[in-house]
Ligand binder design. Structure first.
Ligand code: AMP
Ligand code: ZN
Length: 111
């Protein structure tokens, strides 16, 4: 049982902004910025920490998709932030690897 797998399978609705054979991107249900998109691999991977030599292309693929969405949504020039939470201290709530794409406002904290 995984909410993002349910979204991939169409059991739960989502506002899709991008889809291809292996990836899906949709609007975050509780947006923290005017643009807040989640990019996920369709194949279930729980954590960033499961990424290794065999599947590291997934991170690059998701970054390419994030850049494309940023252009499509008009935030390529104003800038954006990519976030991947991993584990308890990060605040990860959904245990299916996802990349947050945040933009459309000045970020309220610096890292
Ligand atoms: P994280 O804290 O990195 O695990 O982020 C999980 C994100 O998923 C949060 O920003 C939630 O608002 C978002 N989220 C949870 N359920 C849904 C859903 N059904 N559709 C869209 N976004 C969701
Ligand atoms: Zn899943």
């Amino acid at each position: 049982m995984c909410v993002f797998c349910d979204i991939v399978e169409g059991k739960i609705p989502s506002s899709k902004v991008y889809e291809d054979e292996n990836y899906l991107a949709f609007k975050d249900i509780n947006p923290k910025a005017p643009v807040h998109i989640l990019i996920i691999p369709k194949k279930h991977i729980g954590y960033l920490s499961e990424v290794d030599e065999s599947n590291k292309h997934i991170i690059g693929d998701m970054a390419v998709i994030a850049n494309k969405i940023a252009k499509d949504l008009g935030i390529a020039e104003s800038g954006y932030r990519i976030v991947i939470n991993n584990g308890p201290d990060s605040g990860q709530e959904v245990f299916h690897l996802h990349m947050h794409l945040l933009g459309g406002k000045k970020m309220s904290f610096s890292v």
